[in-house]
Design a protein around this ligand. Structure first.
Ligand SMILES: Cc1cc2nc3c(=O)[nH]c(=O)nc-3n(C[C@H](O)[C@H](O)[C@H](O)COP(=O)(O)O)c2cc1C
Length: 188
């Protein structure tokens, strides 16, 4: 039996759990950072990513004004810090990044600083903003990638050495997809 008696406002929940990243922006002297679970690759060539950010977020204003952002991919050991930047707004707490326990460092090619503790940083120039409803999609072109060589592998990074964070409303997990991972060799 299937039911259809479901409020469409919660439709997005059926797309969870979702890969969680931290978007840092602004500058070293006036930074911003927030956790986002709504992001997607948009193109491989050119390398484009879409980050969905609600208009009331402080980061929304900062990225719009400054034109760049960094996609920082936290390991599961940074789950508390990640949750902090996803709960507290830079409008309420100007030192939120420091208070979360994160350290900022300069990026290679853009003004937006990157988060040192995250072993993967994708530097993006903002190329467009598209309104999608109650969120706006910030389209970024990735112009530089920094990866800690201790987790790097031939494809991108070694999943056993860097466990991404998955978010499902008030629950975090590092192994949400563990049971569903299909190796290329197994899938033929
Ligand atoms: C795990 C997690 C995922 C989140 N995903 C998003 C998201 O995809 N888009 C968004 O606008 N806010 C998202 N948020 C909420 C923002 O991170 C949160 O409102 C943050 O405090 C905004 O910070 P700011 O106002 O300093 O930019 C998420 C929060 C958490 C904890």
């Amino acid at each position: 039996m299937k039911t259809s008696e479901i409020d469409l406002k919660i439709a997005y929940r059926f797309l969870y759990p979702r890969f969680t990243i931290i978007i840092s922006s602004g500058s070293l002297s006036k930074p911003s950072a927030l956790a986002i679970a709504w992001s997607t690759p948009l193109s491989a060539n050119p390398p484009l990513i879409g980050a969905l950010i609600a208009s009331k977020r402080y980061s929304h204003e900062i990225i719009r004004k400054t034109g760049s952002f960094v996609v920082n991919i936290p390991n599961f050991d940074l789950v508390k810090e990640t949750h902090y930047v996803g709960r507290i707004s830079g409008r309420e707490e100007p030192n939120k990044i420091e208070k979360a326990g994160f350290t900022l460092e300069p990026s290679n090619k853009i003004t937006a600083p990157r988060i040192m503790e995250c072993k993967i940083n994708l530097e993006c120039n903002l190329v467009d903003i598209i309104n999608t409803g109650d969120h706006d999609m910030f389209i970024g072109e990735i112009i530089d990638i920094a990866v800690d060589t201790s987790i790097q592998d031939d494809w991108s990074y070694d999943l056993s050495k860097h466990q991404a964070i998955y978010w499902r409303q008030s629950k975090f997990s590092s192994d949400a997809y563990k049971l569903n991972v299909i190796n290329e060799e197994d899938s033929s």
